[in-house]
Design a protein around this ligand. Structure first.
Ligand SMILES: [Zn+2]
Ligand SMILES: [Zn+2]
Length: 380
């Protein structure tokens, strides 16, 4: 009996070895390509189109190894594609060169490298620069430039010995002449002017007279509500008061995978007629965009309502009782309060849930900001 068992075990072992050998790829001599780890993967960020427009996921503020970041322009394009974006802007700081051996003489180069790479991946790249000054002016992106050169590297006031002068708070003093020339240079190219991170670096989100004047003259087209890892609630008040549209951008300096990991990266959602530079330009100047970050959506209330309507598909199970099956087809989480619920009712990304919402009930979407007010609407 023992011998019989041994024979069976031996046979099984021989069979499994043969099986294992057969499972190896035929061309596995020395080098086996791991398709399981194929790096060319794109995350699909589900945000539906609205009527008449396609929804583009964009990031209009980022840096590369050509100014003070650690990723090449081509790397930025690949990150964008892999992380589900459709459009990005190259916005090198003017006059900032942090990486030894790289000193941009031609500020169009990051765009040119990115645009060439982007053709392979179907990403749209916008040509821009970041006009970089101390506060009160701060930083502003000039987007849709035809030429990134001609902006001034002489940014601050110096004494006769070339030493940088500072004010009583230790802040560098802007050279007003070069600043005015830089803005004129951007405006002669019909640039879209984005006021970046108004609450950085001093944690004070202040609208200085220079901004007020520019706003009154229609020379600032948008402001960042969100930048990198922070947001500025005061910007919601400016939206209410000045109808100043809001963006969420990464201002990426590190690899974005390090910054946001598996989370959906912050983005500006654009409703465009087509995914081209011209299409994006038209949409931005027409103010058809929203800021989306950390499951917060902010901007024009009507656009948000359209996006909610397309994202939440409602099936009425019992009209009398108000029993619904609501399927959220998007990657946006919608948090609502309504009726006598003490706790929020959350419609999670790509999930259906059954809820009782009597006809005519107004839901308060507490993570959707049309300025300071949250969006309130019926869903059926
Ligand atoms: Zn900046
Ligand atoms: Zn920046």
């Amino acid at each position: 009996m023992k011998r019989f068992l041994l024979v069976i075990v031996a046979c099984c072992t021989a069979l499994s070895v043969a099986e294992a050998k057969q499972k190896m790829p035929e061309n596995s001599d020395d080098r086996v390509y791991c398709y399981e780890l194929n790096p060319e993967r794109r995350r699909i960020v589900a945000i539906p189109n609205i009527d008449g427009y396609i929804t583009l996921k964009g990031d209009f503020h980022m840096h590369t190894s050509y100014d003070d970041a650690t990723v090449s322009p081509q790397g930025r394009v690949r990150e964008a594609w892999a992380e589900g974006l459709d459009v990005i802007a190259m916005t090198p700081h003017i006059g900032v060169h942090k990486n030894k051996g790289i000193r941009l003489k031609d500020y169009n180069i990051p765009y040119e490298l990115a645009a060439k790479e982007a053709k392979k991946w179907g990403v749209t790249v916008i040509k821009g620069v970041e006009i970089t000054r101390a506060k009160p002016f701060g930083h502003m992106n000039a987007l849709f430039l035809s030429d990134c050169n001609g902006f001034s590297e002489k940014r601050y006031v110096r004494d006769a010995d070339g030493k940088l002068l500072t004010n009583k708070d230790g802040v560098k003093i802007n050279d007003e002449q070069t600043l005015a020339a830089d803005l004129a240079r951007a405006e002669e190219q019909n640039a879209f002017i984005l006021w970046n991170h108004p609450g950085w670096p001093d944690k004070k989100c202040t609208m200085y007279p220079v901004h007020k004047k520019m706003l009154e003259e229609g020379r600032i087209h948008a402001v960042e509500l969100f930048n990198a890892h922070e947001w500025y609630p005061k910007v919601l008040d400016w939206f209410d008061k000045y109808e100043l549209p809001m963006m969420a951008n990464t201002d990426a300096h590190s690899p974005t995978g390090m910054d946001y990991g598996k989370l959906v990266r912050p983005m500006t959602i654009v409703f465009a007629k087509e995914n081209t530079v011209e299409g994006v330009r038209e949409a931005l100047f027409a103010k058809r965009f929203l800021a989306f970050f950390a499951q917060k959506l902010a901007g024009d209330g009507d656009l948000i309502k359209q996006l909610i309507t397309k994202s939440l598909q409602v099936r009425v199970l019992d009209a009398k009782k108000g029993l619904l099956e609501v399927t959220n087809i998007s990657d946006i989480e919608f948090t609502t309060m309504y009726g006598d619920h003490m706790n929020p009712v959350i419609f999670s990304p790509r999930e259906a849930r059954r809820v009782t919402v009597p006809k005519g009930t107004v839901l308060n979407f507490t993570n959707c900001f049309a300025g300071r007010n949250t969006v309130k609407m019926e869903i059926w």
